[in-house]
Design a binder for this molecule. Structure first.
Ligand code: AHG
Ligand code: MN
Ligand code: MN
Length: 325
């Protein structure tokens, strides 16, 4: 049987500092614990609604609250973490320490899938903390290019962790004895694809460029693209991005006219930035329209953003359509 390298050993080979590795290991360990809670489902009474709403006015599931508490507690106990921010918390939470790192996270991505036993995940992003003072909200508002690490865990048929620190993107599979083992080293997203992911039920609300692009895909061999496309939509960004990591594709949650003041559904700090870093490091592209998501200077913590990411050449086809208006 193949001997797999574990996460700690793989991180030891990275040039990043020991404190950053400690933060990533803490998050990874918590994700392993979260996977057990997710897997226990009804047996642990963790399915269903929590009866509360979060700062974005979304109904919280019990697992949104449980996983948020698990990650918050673990990060508050992790020495190099100066502050954290979560999709499920209204405000940033300083830990009382100064320097080191800030962590932002979506503790449970794809909450509409929990009760129907479809893949969900956790997404995290690590930023440098300011030296000399306890972090405030403003200190979190750094462009995605500043991220020093990012990753996600996907709780699916296999539980996997996909991480980037200083260089490439590596995928680890959780073993039966609770260890993250390197099964997918140096992930690379194929530049070309014939598979797209978008929630088609929003079609009538899309901007013209997005409509034209999807129309072109739907016309298949008979249209201008000259090839047939396949469609997937899991409704867990983690699972859709993971598929793209494995076999290429594009994922889109574009701006739409349902709530014109909201620039998109997905959140820059907890979803778009960490996924964009992973995708770019794996050779893909990630844009909000015309520009790269990682170059956005966040204006507020819970900011939303349109997202188009995945196979590089296909993202450029979409960018050209959007540029044409
Ligand atoms: P969350 O469960 O963290 O709120 O995120 C759900 C997000 C994302 O994971 C997914 O791609 C998208 O919402 C699905 O949205 P629709 O239900 O509109 O398709
Ligand atoms: Mn999410
Ligand atoms: Mn979530």
């Amino acid at each position: 049987m193949t001997a797999f390298v574990d996460l700690a050993a793989r991180l030891a080979a990275e040039p990043a500092d020991a404190a950053l590795k400690d933060v990533v290991l803490t998050i990874a360990e918590t994700c392993a614990q979260i996977s057990r809670v997710v897997a226990s489902g009804a047996l642990s009474g963790s399915l269903g609604a929590a009866g509360s709403t979060n700062v974005q006015d979304e109904e919280q599931k019990k697992l949104d609250v449980i996983t948020n508490d698990m990650l918050s507690d673990a990060l508050k106990a992790c020495g190099p973490v100066a502050g954290l921010a979560s999709e499920e918390l209204e405000e940033v939470e300083p830990t009382g320490r100064v320097g080191g790192y800030l962590v932002t996270f979506d503790p449970l991505d794809g909450s509409s899938n929990i009760d129907v036993n479809v893949s969900v995940g956790t997404i995290f992003s690590v930023l440098p903390a300011p030296a000399g003072h306890a972090p405030t909200e403003g200190d979190f508002l750094q462009p995605g290019r500043n991220q020093v690490a990012a990753g996600y865990a996907v709780y699916g048929p296999q539980t996997m962790l996909v991480v980037t620190l200083s260089g490439g993107v590596n995928g680890f599979t959780l073993s039966a004895d609770g260890r993250w083992l390197l099964t997918h080293p140096d992930l690379a997203i194929k530049p070309d694809t014939a598979e797209f992911a978008i929630n088609m039920s929003n079609q009538r609300h899309w901007a013209p460029g997005v409509r034209r692009y999807i129309d072109g895909c739907l016309q298949g061999k008979d249209g201008a693209r000259g090839k047939n496309f396949n469609m997937r939509w899991v409704a867990s960004m983690v699972a859709d991005v993971h598929r793209i990591m494995m076999r290429g594709g594009v994922f889109m949650y574009p701006w739409d006219a349902r709530e014109p003041d909201k620039p998109g559904k997905l959140r820059l700090m907890y979803e778009a930035n960490p996924m964009s870093l992973l995708v770019e490091r794996a050779g893909g592209k990630s844009i909000e329209g015309l520009t790269e998501i990682l170059d956005i200077k966040p204006a507020k913590l819970h900011q939303r953003v349109p997202v188009v990411l995945g196979s590089a050449n296909e993202v450029e086809v979409i960018r050209a359509e959007m540029r044409a208006g």
